[in-house]
Design a protein around this ligand. Structure first.
Ligand code: AMP
Length: 213
């Protein structure tokens, strides 16, 4: 079973994906995290991807899909939650082909809807853990010790693409390239909506409700 989370940067997909995967025993695959992992390892793919990410643009489809497929093949999980993939129509179509070749089943596709100005505020103050992927906020969700991850003790970072000018470009990229996939999944009857402009607990509750519906 494949579940998909779609939403603009900062809509809380990653936070919700982590919680849900623990509850439903799914493997969480975030293409953003996979790409940042490749950058941290200094691989050739990571080097290529970084130039696109720092501009707030999408990384070329073949690079992202190769990385995702490798992780899926290595995993023993019975289900995957895809966080940040697909991000344009060609990726959505490639994924549909993979799902039918592998005889997987597509579960719900969740759209995290939220106004753009809320996203800018969230992302400018966001601090991320490069170790375990946990996220904090300098005003609304401070870690117990400043600059240090509560979960794994790694030093938190302000992602280079969480600067305001890049954030605005990432939101534009989402509206231009990613939003069209919503129609693709609406037509196939897989799309459900969650209002992401609420507290994480409220979003979790709304999410469980739409997934059970
Ligand atoms: P995220 O952590 O999901 O916000 O992703 C961070 C950045 O990684 C994005 O702004 C893109 O540059 C890149 N990225 C992540 N997922 C994809 C994807 N499916 N296709 C292309 N680029 C991606």
């Amino acid at each position: 079973m494949i579940y998909i989370f779609v939403g603009p940067p900062g809509s809380g997909k990653g936070t919700q994906a982590k919680r849900l995967c623990e509850q439903l025993s799914l493997a969480h695959l975030s293409t953003g995290d996979l790409l940042r992992g490749a950058i941290a390892q200094g691989t050739e793919l990571g080097l290529k991807a970084k130039a696109f990410m720092d501009q707030g643009a999408l990384v070329p489809d073949d690079l992202v899909f190769g990385l995702l497929k490798e992780k899926m093949n290595q995993s023993q999980a019975k289900g995957f939650l895809l966080d940040g993939f697909p991000r344009n129509l060609p990726q959505a179509k490639t994924l549909s082909e993979l799902i039918s070749t592998e005889s997987w089943q597509l579960g719900k596709v969740v759209n995290f809807s939220i106004p753009s100005e809320v996203l800018v505020k969230r992302l400018v103050g966001r601090r991320s853990c490069p170790g375990c992927g946990s996220v904090f906020h300098v005003e609304t969700q401070m870690p117990r010790v400043a600059g240090v991850c509560d979960q794994c003790g790694t030093a938190l970072v302000h992602r280079s693409d969480d600067q305001e000018s890049v954030i605005r470009r990432r939101i534009d990229t989402f509206l231009r390239e990613t939003a069209p996939i919503l129609e693709f999944y609406r037509v196939s009857g897989s799309l459900v909506e969650v209002a992401a402009d609420q507290s994480p607990v409220q979003v979790s509750e709304a999410l469980l409700k739409v997934l059970r519906s």
